[in-house]
Design a protein around this ligand. Structure first.
Ligand code: SF4
Length: 460
């Protein structure tokens, strides 16, 4: 896994920042906040590490191999520090929060360690390093949302942008390191979210994704502590900005997807009919061990309810193979849940014990690696067949697609996504990114739909 590297231009910038981002969309959004903070200190971003005065690696702790990639990358960065001793190297994000000063002990090249809630302190930390000290700030906050910082859009196609609406998580799923690395849940004021979406729309963006660890539990409170805006109401406020601004959101926790959210999605054509529905497992005992607060039957009923209110809703999921003590029968429940829910696509992993999590403290990681691997393969196979079948059924249907740019394989083809978040590819003709088009689907692969444009439209 190589991180995402990005570039922007800042007027009067005198120094260069190279920032490499690993992990989830929240990390990408955070790197955009960091780039904004650094721009105020006179840095512009570069995609060439050799030009950099400061190198930041924004890290992910979600799985062991995500951390292993970062350690490998830091070894490579050592080379640049040798040829440029004045280079400042910083580690940001979840690994910084998890390992804190251990980073400085383990890897000599690192000058700065900054946790996800301390990015405002980066200019001051850089000054400390310039004065000859190592610098660390991994304080978590109960308030920080970076609400008024306008992110610098890195690697942007000018069509889609992320808007962070909340930070942290209070759920304490036993396998997850996030509550320890990103702290307690807090929501950003709705007025600043709507303002950011309006500004993006004015700049020509056509799609915003509202981001958070658990967006459905978004809540803004008034002075008396009453909820003045919940997630459904926030969705509605953003949907009302303009009918041609498309809205997505990520990530959800099944327990918090309310009927009010579902009816709001149904009410607005510009809120995509797509929900990420991370089940993690299909077995009630394992779900209880994971502290997911729902069971198999509840998951099925909720899928039924989503389909009842939004019949054409695209669904995706996350699943973990081989969680502590999972039996073969329990694993089969996950396969059965996949068949039941008919997810369009899924993110599937073997269980990877994370130090400090509740699962690491409470349960033995006792499923042999080869069994985890085989179970994961079985889940992947079931999902691949479902994806293929669902995509095949789209032949002859027409989908509204927002054009995002050239397809990865050909400069004669464009790509975009439909309402359900499936990639759609079609001939370029004289079409441009940012336009909405109706595409007649003619063929498919397991991951994409292919077709031809039959009409240009003004909105989703
Ligand atoms: S909801 Fe669970 S899995 Fe998601 S970030 Fe919070 S603790 Fe982790």
């Amino acid at each position: 896994m190589r991180g995402v590297v990005a570039e922007n231009v800042v007027e009067n910038a005198t120094r260069n920042l190279y920032i490499e981002t690993y992990g989830c969309a929240m990390n990408l959004a955070d790197s955009e906040v960091v780039a904004s903070i650094m721009a105020d200190k006179g840095f512009k971003t570069t995609q060439d590490i050799k030009e950099a005065d400061v190198v930041f690696v924004n890290t992910c702790s979600i799985r062991d191999n995500a951390e292993a990639h970062v350690w490998g990358r830091l070894k490579e960065i050592k080379h640049y520090k040798r040829t440029n001793p004045g280079l400042i190297v910083g580690v940001l994000g979840c690994m910084a929060e998890r390992l804190k000063t251990q980073f400085l002990e383990k890897e000599q090249i690192i000058d700065i360690v900054v946790g996800p809630d301390a990015y405002r302190d980066i200019p001051q930390l850089i000054t400390q390093v310039e004065e000859g000290h190592k610098a660390v700030n991994v304080l978590l906050s109960r308030e920080e949302t970076y609400a008024e910082i306008t992110p610098v859009r890195l690697s942007s196609n000018g069509v889609n942008a992320y808007i962070s609406i909340m930070r942290g998580c209070d759920n304490m799923c036993t396998f997850c390191v996030v509550p320890f690395t990103r702290g307690r849940e807090r929501s950003r004021p709705s007025v600043s979210i709507v303002h950011e979406a309006i500004e993006l729309y004015k700049q020509g963006y056509k799609e915003v994704t509202l981001l958070g660890q658990n967006v459905d539990s978004y809540k803004e409170e008034d002075e008396a502590g009453n909820i003045s805006c919940n997630f459904a109401q926030l969705l509605e406020k953003v949907a009302q900005i303009a009918p041609d601004l498309r809205i997505r959101f990520c990530s959800s926790h099944p327990k918090d997807i309310t009927d009010e959210v579902l009816f709001t999605i149904k009410k607005y054509d510009n809120i995509c009919n797509y929900i990420h529905y991370p089940i993690q497992s299909g077995n009630s005992r394992v779900l209880n061990l994971m502290n997911r607060t729902y069971d198999k039957e509840w998951l099925k009923k909720r899928v039924d309810r989503i389909r009842e209110i939004i019949p054409n809703c695209g669904l995706s999921t996350d699943a973990i193979a081989g969680f502590c003590t999972e039996t073969e029968e329990e694993h089969k429940d996950t396969l059965e849940m996949f068949e039941y829910a008919q997810f369009n696509f899924a993110f599937m992993y073997q269980y990877s014990e994370r130090p400090g999590t509740l699962a690491a403290r409470r349960y033995a990681d006792d499923i042999p690696a080869e069994v985890k691997k085989r179970r994961l393969q079985e889940i992947i196979e079931v999902q691949h067949n479902i994806s293929k079948k669902l995509n095949e059924a789209e032949i002859g249907n027409v989908h509204t697609v927002l054009i995002e740019g050239l397809s990865k394989k050909s400069d004669q083809e464009l790509r975009g996504r439909n309402d359900q978040n499936t990639v759609v590819i079609f001939p370029k003709e004289d079409l441009k990114k940012g336009e909405y088009v109706k595409v007649l689907i003619e063929r498919y692969t397991q991951t994409s739909l292919w077709g031809r444009v039959i009409e240009r439209v003004n909105k989703p």
